[in-house]
Design a protein around this ligand. Structure first.
Ligand code: NAG
Ligand code: NAG
Length: 255
């Protein structure tokens, strides 16, 4: 009897103690994911509602390399990194990014909100790159791109697409999602590209509704609200140099 009580109370202690075993981690939601290092041109790694895409689309003829990996996924908050070293030959080498894979292909008029948070840092700013959200729309669900919307959180010695250079904003000092932006417009092949850039400095901690940018374009820049949002990503476009981007937390969802 004594022994049984001892066993039972020990079991109870174990069960009660278990959730306290790892202070600071969210045991309910922390997911098991591939945290390995990936360096292939088109490698992609799944993490819940996201995928990490290496997307090294611009490396033909370039010298250098880039790798990336996931660190953690807790609920819908993902942490990831990418390290790159590219020699200068002008263009963008890659857009290594976290892509949202759920609730896409809604008409802009049907989207209620796109809450997102993104905390990040670069190991060096003596290089050329941007850190940006990248969204695409189409005239049909899953169809070809008609518009690209970039929201740059940092312009590191680079610059946005524009119809003429030096690039001049088509709107300045826009207050959207609690920050100030200048808006640029230019073509990427047949796709019209709108780029929101910080009015000054870098936004290394963003928390806001990405839909407010789309709604601004519908209300003030002639964008049709019957376009479909087909792609939503956040990543970095390196041009030249070497550095590591660390995203300590990123989350995005479409409502
Ligand atoms: C992001 O950074 C801000 C400012 O440092 C902080 O208040 C916030 O808690 C961070 N968010 C997350 C999800 O870590
Ligand atoms: C934007 O704001 C800055 C700083 O307040 C000001 O110097 C500049 O004239 C403004 N630009 C426009 C186009 O209003």
């Amino acid at each position: 009897m004594r022994f049984l009580i001892f066993v039972l109370s020990s079991l109870t202690a174990l069960i009660v103690a278990a959730p306290l075993a790892e202070p600071g981690t969210d045991l309910e939601t922390r997911a098991s994911i591939d945290t390995g290092t990936h360096c292939g041109t088109w490698d992609t790694v799944q993490a819940g509602q996201y995928s990490l895409n290496l997307n090294q689309w611009g490396i033909n003829g370039a010298t250098g390399s880039q790798c990336a990996g996931l660190k953690s996924l807790s609920g819908t908050t993902v942490s990831w990194w990418t390290t790159w070293s590219w020699s200068s030959n002008g263009g963008v080498k890659s857009f290594t990014n976290i892509q949202l894979n759920t609730n896409l292909n809604k008409k802009l008029s049907a989207i209620k909100s796109i809450p997102s948070t993104w905390n990040w840092s670069y190991s060096s700013y003596s290089m050329t790159a941007d850190v940006a959200y990248d969204l695409f729309t189409s005239n049909s669900a899953g169809g070809s791109h008609v518009m690209e919307v970039m929201i740059w959180l940092a312009n590191i010695n680079a610059g946005p697409l524009s119809t003429s250079y030096p690039a001049k904003p088509i709107a300045s000092n826009l207050s959207i999602a609690g920050k100030s932006w200048n808006l640029y417009e230019g073509p990427n092949g047949n796709t019209k590209v709108f780029s929101f850039l910080p009015t000054s400095g870098r936004y290394t901690s963003f928390s806001g509704d990405i839909n407010l940018f789309l709604q601004y374009l519908v209300q003030h820049q002639g964008v049709s609200s019957s376009e479909y949002l087909t792609t939503a990503q956040g990543g970095t476009e390196p041009f030249a140099g070497s550095a590591t981007l660390t995203t300590s937390s990123f989350s995005m969802s479409i409502n």
